[in-house]
Design a protein around this ligand. Structure first.
Ligand SMILES: [Fe+2]
Ligand SMILES: [Fe+2]
Length: 169
């Protein structure tokens, strides 16, 4: 299961404008799970959310799915360091990521839904859109693999690794 050439180009077209922002690149400094940075995690979730939607032939807002998932963990701190943030990171970080993302981007309703509700069912309010349900699912799958040091690598991202502040793709 992989993206077609055209889908791959579309995916990169959508994420490139976000990746130009230094605050997005800053996510590369923070570990999310295992050895995977927050930026790598968000890229992986974005890629596999889009891939899953294409594979299932779902009628969705593709741009919002790709962009919202790239921003879903845009909280900008090391959550492993208790001094760097307020308690209850798991519950609070969707709202922090949403506030950060709103500062730099005009978010669609679907992008906002993805960011705010991706931690459901840990957080009580479920997603409202298909796009957010996809990201909720893919985020958990990627997080599990990263935690057990088996991150999902995306071979087609390797030509773009310089944009991603990472050499692992
Ligand atoms: Fe998250
Ligand atoms: Fe995540």
């Amino acid at each position: 299961m992989k993206l077609t050439e055209i889908e791959n180009i579309y995916f990169h077209h959508q994420i490139q404008s976000l990746l130009k922002l230094s605050r997005i690149q800053e996510m590369g400094q923070y570990i999310q799970h295992g050895h995977t940075s927050c930026l790598e995690h968000c890229l992986t979730v974005s890629y596999y959310s889009f891939l899953l939607a294409k594979h299932l032939n779902l009628q969705i807002d593709e741009a919002s799915l790709i962009r919202g998932s790239l921003l879903h963990d845009f909280f900008l701190y090391d959550w492993h360091n208790p001094n760097s943030h307020q308690p209850f990171h798991g519950f609070r970080h969707p709202r922090i990521a949403y506030t950060n993302a709103s500062k730099y981007f005009h978010l669609t309703d679907i992008e906002a839904d993805i960011i705010l509700h991706h931690m459901w069912p840990l957080t009580p309010t479920p997603p409202h859109t298909k796009e957010a349900y996809i990201v909720t699912l893919v985020d958990k799958w990627c997080s599990l693999k990263e935690t057990f040091h088996r991150p999902c690598k995306i071979k087609s991202l390797s030509p773009y690794a310089c944009y991603y502040n990472t050499s692992t793709y």
